[in-house]
Write a protein that binds this ligand. Structure first.
Ligand SMILES: [Zn+2]
Length: 588
């Protein structure tokens, strides 16, 4: 991944993987390596190792492994360029400014920077309004009524857009040109194409940040009875509704640490939950979740508790979100809050009325999504055949979306039991539905590296490390076809090609061209304690391979002989057999 001479390559040369990993994992020196508890799977005794000279890590438990960038990408759930930057910063290496490729791109980047700056300005403006103006006082009273005190207002950057109609416009206009003002979505032009005015008027504003914490949009709630009640920024060059989750910038750390996220509908809900001390909450800011939002979430966790509003729209949104989450292989639970009195409770109302502790309790007990769906289906009339058919038709699409076949089957049994359905009939319907699915169960990577004979392991290691005779060794192995048919054939092939090129070998580069299970085996071999490679040892390993090659050939010849070939051919085979047996005897 890190091209020679590139910035990534420079960082990799200078970065110390032991130091970087050591910021996340407690490492102890053990022989040539450092070991610790694997951060990627739960374990009690350390099977996670870092190699200081090869600058790689490998877990003998779960099989993960790679270089310093891969490690940071996995830990921080970030992209490769972000990982380079993070490692560079950790190691005190100055990050060069990104090169822009074309004048258009430069212009777009500049534009985006201006738009972000404008949102920053607008945010400062809105906050000032809520703090210090008469109109802002009414907004504060409203917020206080909703249980949001001064600290909460400050913490979530809640502001106020005044009613005047052009207050923000007048504030921004001296600094920005008209075209960009309109593009920012903060300002609109009236229908006749004439006058400009503020998009948000007499509204409480909630800044919406992207994942890295930059304000890119606003959500705004009407203070009076103005319609619509909620108004958001339009799509702009810096904001796309389906790409952003409200509160993600502050939630991601908690989500990663706790390995699950709470998904709510609106920003008031997210704020209420976050204020209850539960930081791993995000809001979809709209009734239903979009696929890019799920991808974003998926970088941090695969486990979600959906806690949408209990009204009809919320229920539909819940069900739609479930489908999408299941398709992306998420583990989903659903929290449906009980009504308070005769009022349906969203998270905001529930926490205000019942307190954080009660909410946390229900959160912990939130049932798997299938139970939620079964409960929904049970409300249908299950006494009639038609009703049962309806219930199955309601459930089937969800079950069908579960990528894992075993899980799917378990749920079928549960549904049959809970709804008192005839299980074979249900299974038949399910089977048919499953057959229509395109994507099938993902193949689990093998957890354990395959066994390879000691001679193979040593030769692999020597090809990696024996600077002095690597090329010669590679040539010999290739000419004698010594690794053909071995389990390690692909690893040898990759190493031989790399060795013959005469360039120094890097474990991660060789690993990158291998299949995952071969990459694991290679890394495992690299972590074995070993002596300096010598040609004598190489020669004896080669002999062992020659021996095995002869054995394989002998077995082939024997099979051919037993197939009763015509006389001439048989004589040839018998001669060959004699020769192979002599060779094998001599080697003993
Ligand atoms: Zn592990």
């Amino acid at each position: 991944m890190a091209e020679a001479g590139s910035f990534a390559d420079q960082v990799k040369q200078q970065a110390d993987i032991v130091r970087v990993v050591g910021e996340y994992v407690r490492l102890k020196k053990s022989g040539q390596n450092f070991t610790g508890l694997c951060p990627f799977h739960a374990e009690k005794s350390p099977s996670f190792a870092v190699h200081p000279t090869k600058q790689i890590y490998h877990c003998f438990g779960c099989g993960v492994g790679g270089d310093v960038f891969k490690f940071v990408m996995e830990m921080e759930k970030c992209t490769f360029p972000e990982a380079i930057r993070i490692v560079a910063e950790k190691c005190g290496i100055a990050v060069p400014r990104q090169k822009e490729r074309s004048p258009e791109e430069r212009k777009e980047n500049q534009q985006r920077a201006v738009l972000v700056e404008m949102h920053h300005e607008a945010q400062t403006f809105f906050v000032k309004q809520v703090e210090g103006t008469l109109e802002g006082k009414a907004a504060r009273a409203y917020l206080e009524d909703r249980g949001l005190d001064k600290d909460a207002i400050a913490r979530f950057g809640i502001g106020y857009a005044p009613s005047g109609g052009d207050a923000l416009l007048r504030h921004l206009k001296p600094k920005c040109n008209e075209k960009l003002l309109i593009e920012s979505g903060l300002v609109s032009r009236d229908q006749n194409g004439g006058r400009l005015f503020d998009r948000f008027r007499r509204r409480i504003t909630f800044p919406i940040s992207n994942e890295s914490g930059k304000i890119v949009a606003f959500g705004a709630r009407a203070l009076g009875d103005d319609m619509p009640k909620y108004l958001n920024s339009p799509e702009t060059p810096i904001y796309s509704k389906s790409n952003v989750l409200y509160h993600m910038d502050r939630a991601k750390e908690g989500i990663r640490r706790q390995d699950f996220a709470i998904l709510v509908e609106g920003y008031m809900d997210a704020i209420a939950v976050a204020r209850a001390g539960i930081s791993n909450v995000v809001a979809s800011c709209g009734t239903s979740l979009a696929e890019p939002q799920i991808k974003l979430l998926g970088r941090f966790t695969r486990r979600v508790i959906v806690n949408y509003d209990p009204d009809a729209a919320g229920q539909i949104a819940t069900e739609r979100s479930l489908s999408l989450l299941l398709e992306q292989d998420f583990e989903v639970r659903v929290l449906a809050l009980p009504p308070i009195g005769d009022r349906k409770a969203d998270p905001d109302l529930f926490i205000r009325e019942k307190g954080a502790e009660e909410y946390l309790k229900l959160l912990k007990e939130a049932p798997p999504y299938v139970d939620y769906l079964i409960a929904r289906a049970r409300r249908m009339d299950l006494t009639s055949g038609e009703g049962k058919r309806q219930a199955v038709n309601f459930l089937l699409p969800y079950v069908q979306k579960i990528p894992n076949r075993i899980l799917r089957s378990e749920w079928a049994t549960r549904i049959a039991q809970q709804l008192r359905l005839d299980e074979p009939v249900l299974r038949a319907a399910l089977g048919k539905a499953a057959a229509e699915r395109r994507s099938e169960v993902k193949i689990q990577p093998e957890l354990v590296g395959r066994a390879a004979k000691p001679a193979e392991r040593r030769l692999i290691r020597m090809l990696m490390e024996a600077e002095g005779f690597r090329q010669e060794l590679a040539k010999h192995l290739q000419n004698a076809r010594l690794y053909h048919g071995l389990e390690t054939e692909k690893i040898f092939a990759a190493l031989v090609i790399a060795s013959l090129s005469g360039q120094p070998l890097k474990a991660t580069e060789v690993g990158a061209v291998l299949e995952e299970r071969d990459r694991r085996l290679l890394f495992e071999i690299l972590f074995e304690e070993a002596n300096e490679p010598t040609w004598e040892e190489a020669a004896s390993c080669i002999e062992a391979l020659e021996h095995r090659q002869a054995e394989r050939e002998l077995a082939d010849v024997q099979r051919s002989i037993e197939a009763n070939p015509p006389g001439q051919e048989l004589r040839g085979l018998l001669e060959k057999k004699q020769e192979l047996m002599r060779r094998l005897a001599a080697a003993r």
